[in-house]
Each structure stands twice: as C-alpha cells, then as structure tokens.
Ligand binder design. Structure first.
Ligand code: SF4
Length: 214
C-alpha cells in the first residue's frame, strides 16, 4: 500500500515514558477523529488537537509507494555517524494506524529501528510494534485496551475520557498530560493533583514545547 506522510524528522520524543529519547518522528497524514480543518473542530470527536497532520508538505513528508520506500525515508532521517544502537522511530499522526501496517513495521525493523506508535486507541494495531502508547480522546470508543503506556490528556469533558475509565486496563504505565489550551496552568495543577491522589498515574509534560523544539 502507499503511505501519506506529513513529516519525518529527527528529534527528541517529547512525551510519556520515553520523553527525552532521540527518535525519528514519523507523522502520518490524516485522523479518524478530526478532519484537521478548523471549521470542523467544534463538531469533531476530538476537539483539542495541537498538531497539523493535513497533507504531505512537512519536512521529509510525501507519498511513499511501498513499505521499503517509507522505511528508507525514516532511515535517511537518522543522522549519519550515530551508532545503530537505540534507533527508534515514533509513528504518530494524525492517527498512524489508519496507514501503518505489518509490512511497514517489518520494513522499519529491517532498517534497524525499534517501532513506537502513538494511537488514539480506536484501531487495532498490526503485530510487531515494540512500544504502544494509547491516548484516548473524547467519546471515541477505545478498542485497544492493552499496551505499554496509556497517556490521557487531562482534563477532558465530563462524560468523555476520564482516568477512572482506563485505570484497570492492561498498560504498564499510566500518564496524565495537561491539556494545552488557554487554561494550561490550571490544567497542569489539576493533573498534578490527580496524580498525587492516584499514584498509579504519573504526570507527562510536553518537553518539546518546554524546550521550544519541534
Ligand atoms: S486523535 Fe490525536 S491526531 Fe486525531 S485529532 Fe485528536 S489529538 Fe489530533
């Protein structure tokens, strides 16, 4: 299959358990919970997205005809001269599981990458993923109920994704990440308070924003 990719670049993973880890970020175009157009935001299942995932015009972006072509583009984003150990790619979006299939995972493995995925949890992933992060959004049904980390933007609307809905699921790590809107300070305080009262949960800060990097 062909893959539509917004951007591919080398950076630090900004969130969750692997925050601070060097990685190639592979951002697939498109999402099933929002069109990415501002005029649709208020009517979408997910209304607080902070990411441009529309089109293929970002750095390293494009359309890749095969899994091998996609893996080669990820490989070329890893800096020359860096040791092979620790090569890590974060597949994100948009919703990466609209496109990431077993062939792409295998091709990325063949080029020496550990494969991480950040998904909204509404699509069952292919086999072979090394690190699976599920981030439930709004009222969307979460079908992927196990993985490595569950990372919840907090707070979300009442009746929508709440920590209590997910605390019994089979994840190794549970993170609350403050909602980055005009109330970020209050949201951070609320997330911090929730973690202090429910130590199963840890606070995830978006360090790429704190550092001012992409
Ligand atoms: S599910 Fe993720 S990528 Fe899709 S609109 Fe929401 S935050 Fe953005």
């Amino acid at each position: 299959m062909a893959y539509s990719v917004k951007e591919i670049y080398y950076t630090l993973q900004g969130e969750g358990a692997y925050a601070g880890r060097p990685a190639v970020l592979l951002r697939f175009a498109g999402c099933n919970l929002w069109s990415g157009r501002e005029q649709h935001r208020s009517d979408s299942v997910c209304r607080f997205c902070d990411t441009d995932f529309v089109g293929t015009d970002g750095p390293g972006g494009g359309k890749f005809r095969t899994a091998a072509e996609l893996a080669a583009a990820v490989d070329s984003a890893w800096p020359d001269g860096k040791v092979a150990a620790g090569r890590y790619v974060v597949c994100t979006g948009g919703e990466p599981l609209l496109q990431l299939d077993a062939a792409a995972v295998a091709a990325l493995h063949d080029t020496g990458f550990e494969v991480g995925v950040e998904t909204n949890g509404t699509i069952t992933p292919p086999q072979g993923i090394d690190w699976l992060c599920v981030s439930p959004k709004g009222a969307a049904e979460v079908v992927q109920r196990q993985g490595d980390e569950l990372k919840l933007v907090y707070p979300q609307r009442e009746q929508e994704a709440q920590p209590e809905q997910f605390s019994d699921l089979a994840f190794r790590h549970f993170f609350l990440q403050p909602l980055d809107d005009e109330d970020l300070d209050a949201n951070t305080r609320a997330a911090l308070d929730y973690c202090l009262q429910h130590p199963q949960w840890r606070l995830s800060l978006q360090i790429h924003k704190l550092l001012g990097i992409a």
